[in-house]
Structure formats: C-alpha cells, structure tokens
Write a protein of this length. Structure first.
Lengths: 99, 564
C-alpha cells in the first residue's frame, strides 16, 4: 500500500486508538443505555442484556471502520468518546431512577 | 488521513488483517478441530473408545461416586492462600453436584463444588472433577488430557491464556478484526460477483494467491461473519460486563425479583435433609417433555445445596435435536421430589440468542453440517494464510531491493502460524501416544507434559521458520515452507502408526467395526500428510524456478514484478 508510506505515525496511532478505545467507549455506552432503557420499558433483564450485546457487535465494526473513513479525526473522537460518555451517564441516570 | 474511502478500507484490511491474522488463524483452525472435539478425545484417551452412552441411573451409580468425590491435591494447594487458617481434611458441604453428557460422549463428566470454611472471600467454592465410564461407574485416570474438548476447544477462544482473561480479549479483538476485514474486503473489491468465479493459479503466485484469498473469503463470507460474530456474542459478558459493573444494582434488583418468581432457593436453609430418588425426578421430567411433544434424553443433571432442606434438583434436556441451546429445565425439591418449577417458554430475544449461540456451539446431531463446519473453518484458514502470502509476495522484491527484512519477518511468522501450527498439533498427538501410561514421581501430570510438548514444538517450528526464511530477503521463496510441509508429511502418518502400535486400533479394524471417532481422525491425518507432501513437491518446483529466474542471490528480476 503505497499510501501507508506517507502517513505520519502520530496520526496512525491516534486513528487506531480512536477506533479501538473510542469505539469501545461508544459501544459500552450503547450497551449500558440500551440495557437500562429496555429494562425500564419492561423487557426482562437478561433479554435486554442479550439484545444489547447482539446489536453491540454489529455496531462495533461499523464505528471501527468509520473511525478510519471519517475525514476529521477530532470529530471521530468527539462522537465516540463524547457519545460513549453521554450514553454511559444516561444509563446510570435511568438506573438511578429505577433502583 | 486517506485520499479516498476505498484507500482507508484497504489500509485497515491490510494492517489489522496482518497483525490479528496470526491469532485468527489459530481461532479458525482449532475451532474447526473443535467441531470434532469429542472424537479427538477418543483418539487421545484410548480407555474411552466405546459408543456414546445415555445418562446413567443417579440413585444407583452417580450418587455413590459423587459422595466419594473430593477436590484434587492441586486445587486444594491453590486454595490454601485464599483461606485463613488450615484447610479441612475433607470438604463435606457440597454446594452443587453436576453431571453432563452429549450424544457424542461415551464417558460422563462429573463435577462437585464445595463450601470452603474460613475462606477470605464469602461464597468461595472449591471444585472437584471426575470422568467415569457410565456403564460401570469406574473412574478414568484424572491426568489424561482430553485433547479435543479440554485443549483444542479452549485454545480456539482463549488461547489457554487465563491470566486476567487475556486470551479471551486477544481472540475477541481478532474476531472484531475479522468482521472489520470482511466488510472492508467487500468494499475494496468492487467486482465481488466476478471474483466468486475467478481462480488463476497458472498466473504468478501473487495473482493466484489473491484469487484464492478472494474466493475463500467471498464463498464462505456468511460463514466467517457468522462465526466471528456469534463468538463475540457468546462471550459478551466478558467483553462488555455492563451488568456486573455499571448496572450491577439493576442486575441485583432483577435477581431479587427472579428468585421470588422462580421459587428456587438462592441459599441453604442450614437444616439437613435427605435426598429423594433423583431417578424418579428424571422420569417425571422426561414424561413432561414428552407431553410437550419433545421427548428426549437428559443432557445435564444438577443437585443444588446438596443435603440441605433448600436443596433442589435440576434436570435439563440434551440438545441433540434442535439448534437453539436450551435445556427445558425442570426443577424438583431434592428432599421430596415435589415439582418446584418448569422453565418458562422462551421469549423472542432469548429465542434469537439461543439460536445464534446454538448454531455456533452445535450440540445438535447433524454429521453433514458438522463436516461443512470443518470445511468452512479450513476455508477461513486458507483465506487468512493466502492473505499473509499475498502480503509477502507483493512486497518481497521491493524489500529485497531496499534491503529490508519486513517481508521476511512476515513470511516467517506466516509459516509459523500455518505449517508450524500443524506441526505443533501433530506434536501433541504424537506425545499423547508416546508418553508412558504413568510418569515418574515428581513429573508434571501427563496431560501437562502433552501441553508443554505442543508449545515447545510450536516454538521450535517458529525458530526454524525464522532461520530458514533468509531467501525471502533476496526476493525468493523461503525453504522453511517446504521443509515444514515435509515435517507434516512425515509426522501425520507417524501419529497414525503410533495409534496402531499403542492401542492396536489400526484403520482396517476401526473402518471395519466401524469406529468413526478414531477412523475419522486417522484418515484425516493421512489425507493431511498427503496434501503436505504434494505441497512440498510444488514448493520445490517454485524454488527451482526462482533459481532459474534469480540466478545469483541479491539480483532481483525486476521484469517479473507485477502489481496485482
């Protein structure tokens, strides 16, 4: 891949970190919010857990590839880390209201 | 970062595929072997070479065995640091007894968990395992390694690296990368339909390799995607332990409701109670399954809170005749045999989940599909291996001109994970047949030695691959591939001969009976050895072509460089 020779190492490492860690944070937030939300809507706990994780492993490869395809790296980090944190916080809020 | 979407996908596919491909290779290959894990167990434990048996009588056979079981000296030793003060002579408060079998198991696996007095952490338990012959109740030697179900199988999802679940995480990451590589691979190759029918092995190695990579990737794409995906779903609890961390309070809330709903006691009552006839409970469970139109055998039998008034017996159905992995559990009060609960019908989500995981774990009886799984897994291996070779072929001449060692290192690692892995696999089978029945005192257990041989042989193959890959740095083929193919061609029939010599079960006998678990593995070994010999001869020819094309080392035939 001739293109790889022109890539700066910092950019590459940051992209990889965004895809792996940012992606993980985002998917964690998704699983948490979806579990808490579905449970709040009356779905049995383990059903909510299973459905969320099935969707999670379809979501993760998608955001992983988007992290490399997106033009601006700052936006990738903002969406993945920011979105992940927001969803995680929302999940805790839902839990707080239920317990 | 990239000029186009397609270039970004190409970069992800190439580099993540390369780095995690080495792990994926092991996951796919040992996963393919795990399809026949029980059959490999029969080969490796000759005492267990007889027909599969149903669950035996609990009252007459299993109960006395359970009552005599105790944790092994090893696990007691490991428990020592987790308690304050001395450990008891005997663990006499069993939390749980369990017996598990499938339609492919001649032997029966039993386990028992015990309370540990003075444990530092509450709810610490110590476990004992035993494998018995269900026809007689006799115990099989404890140190025999079930190479299929206790080594190849866990290897394919955990690499047997249990520290901090590290192996699970590595394989999980590799599975994610598999999904990513499949999607990015489809994006890279726009003419996906045409590639379905394209294979040009007569062109150069690079072209033929790429064709085979695309062919195996595209033809088996649904298979690859499904197995990587469901593998992740099966261990979702490890990768995203949300319900045990962040949402633990919500989980506890649910458990409290659940225990009230199921009526199955969570704790011991502290009042001793006898155990009623479990055989009667099993008969009742089977009667209830039959009335639901799903008569079947027992796959899993468990007694919880043994000897206590809160004790209960759970009877689960073997999943021989359906994809979804469900036990239709029926639970009885241990002291009286009174029905406590029948597991409710599955919800829609549970139906999807058990179908996905069941199709991966395939407890059902379907021999044709079993073989298709093996072929799918091996197609995955071909796809990954040709990916490595394409990577090397595309770069090795450039690297040779620039004096780089990158292509050589990748080639050596590829040989290690392709042919080296096969040699290690043959190594453990051969060690299994060569080691004496009992090892001298002071030695590790027989099964442990077999495992050490496996890793030791693999390391040797790696050393050999790095040593014998020097010509790659000059733009040639590494002799390591050919030499390791010859090693496979020699070791595979040697394993078959050793099986004959040590057990008397030669192919004429196992085919005539027929006893497929052993005959099948022996035949597969012979076919594998033959293919390796064919490959070795072809590699020899390619090396001779290199000699003609690149007469002196260091001269790179630039005219031959074609970009695929």
């Amino acid at each position: 891949m001739s293109v790889s020779h022109t890539l700066s190492p910092t950019l590459v490492v940051s992209r990889i970190a965004a895809a792996l860690l940012g992606g993980y944070a985002f998917v964690w937030g998704f699983v948490a919010l979806s579990m808490a939300g579905l449970f709040a809507l009356g779905m049995p706990f383990h059903d909510a857990e299973h459905l969320s994780s099935i969707l999670a492993f379809l979501l993760y490869p998608a955001v992983f590839l988007w992290a490399f395809a997106a033009r601006r790296l700052g936006r990738v980090w903002a969406v993945l880390a920011g979105g992940g944190a927001a969803m995680t916080a929302a999940a805790s809020l839902v839990q707080h209201l239920l317990v | 970062m990239f000029k186009s979407f397609r270039l970004s996908m190409t970069w992800v596919h190439t580099w993540f595929g390369l780095v995690l491909g080495f792990v994926l290779m092991a996951a796919f290959f040992f996963g393919a072997l795990s399809v026949f894990d029980r059959e490999i167990d029969r080969w490796a434990v000759p005492q267990s070479r007889f027909e599969p048996q149903p669950m035996p009588s609990f009252d007459r056979m299993l109960r006395p065995v359970f009552e005599r079981m105790q944790p092994s000296a090893d696990s007691i030793e490991r428990m020592r640091e987790r308690v304050n003060g001395p450990l008891p002579e005997r663990f006499d408060t069993p939390i749980r007894w369990g017996a598990y079998t499938t339609h492919r198991d001649p032997v029966l696996g039993l386990f028992a968990g015990y309370e540990v007095p003075n444990a530092k952490e509450p709810e610490t338990s110590i476990w004992a395992n035993r494998t018995i012959d269900p026809r007689t109740g006799a115990a099989l030697p404890d140190d025999r390694l079930k190479i299929g179900s206790r080594f190849f199988y866990p290897l394919h999802y955990s690499l047997t690296l249990h520290w901090m679940n590290l192996g699970y995480w590595i394989v999980g990451l590799a599975s994610l990368v598999m999904l990513v590589a499949l999607i990015s691979g489809v994006v890279m190759h726009r003419k996906i339909f045409r590639e379905f029918f394209t294979f040009r092995p007569w062109r150069n190695i690079q072209r033929g390799t790429l064709d085979l990579h695309n062919l195996t990737g595209v033809v088996a794409l649904p298979f690859h995607f499904f197995f990587a995906f469901t593998g992740l779903v099966i261990f979702a609890g490890i990768y995203f332990p949300v319900g045990h961390t962040q949402l633990e309070p919500l989980h506890e809330l649910h458990e409290k409701h659940d225990a009230e709903n199921t009526g199955l006691p969570h704790d011991r009552a502290g009042v001793p109670a006898p155990l009623a006839s479990v055989d009667a409970m099993v008969a009742e469970a089977q009667r209830r399954w039959a009335t639901r139109g799903m008569a079947g055998e027992v796959g899993f039998l468990a007694v919880q809170h043994v000897g206590d008034a809160n004790g209960y017996v759970s009877v689960y159905r073997a999943g021989t005749d359906r994809i979804a992995l469900v036990g239709e559990g029926i639970h009885f009060k241990a002291s009286t045999g009174e029905l406590l609960r029948e597991d409710p019908p599955r919800t829609a989500v549970d139906g999807i989940n058990t179908f996905l995981t069941g199709l991966h774990l395939q407890h059902f009886r379907h021999w044709l599909l079993r073989w298709l799984y093996v072929l799918g897994g091996l197609a995955g291996c071909v796809c990954i291996a040709t990916g490595f070779i394409f990577f090397v072929e595309k770069r090795k001449r450039q690297h040779a001109q620039a004096g780089g060692q990158g292509a050589r290192a990748v080639d050596a690692l590829a040989a290690t994970t392709v042919t080296g892995m096969l040699i290690a696999t043959l190594g453990i089978l051969i060690a299994n047949r060569l080691l004496p029945e009992s090892l001298p005192a002071g030695w590790p257990g027989r099964g442990d030695v077999e495992r050490y041989v496996f890793w030791g042989v693999w390391l040797l193959a790696m050393a050999h691959a790095f040593w014998r890959s020097a010509p790659v740095a000059a733009g040639r083929i590494a002799p390591a591939w050919r030499e390791q193919c010859w090693a496979i061609a020699g070791l595979a029939p040697a394993a078959v001969l050793l099986n004959w010599a040590t057990t008397g079960d030669h192919l004429f006998k196992t085919l005539a009976e027929p006893y497929w678990p052993v005959a099948g593995l022996d035949l597969s070994l012979l076919v594998g050895g033959l293919l390796a010999a064919v490959a070795a001869r072809r590699l020899r020819r390619k090396e001779q072509n290199d000699d003609v094309r690149l007469p002196a080392a260091g001269i790179v035939g630039e005219a031959e460089v074609r970009h695929g």
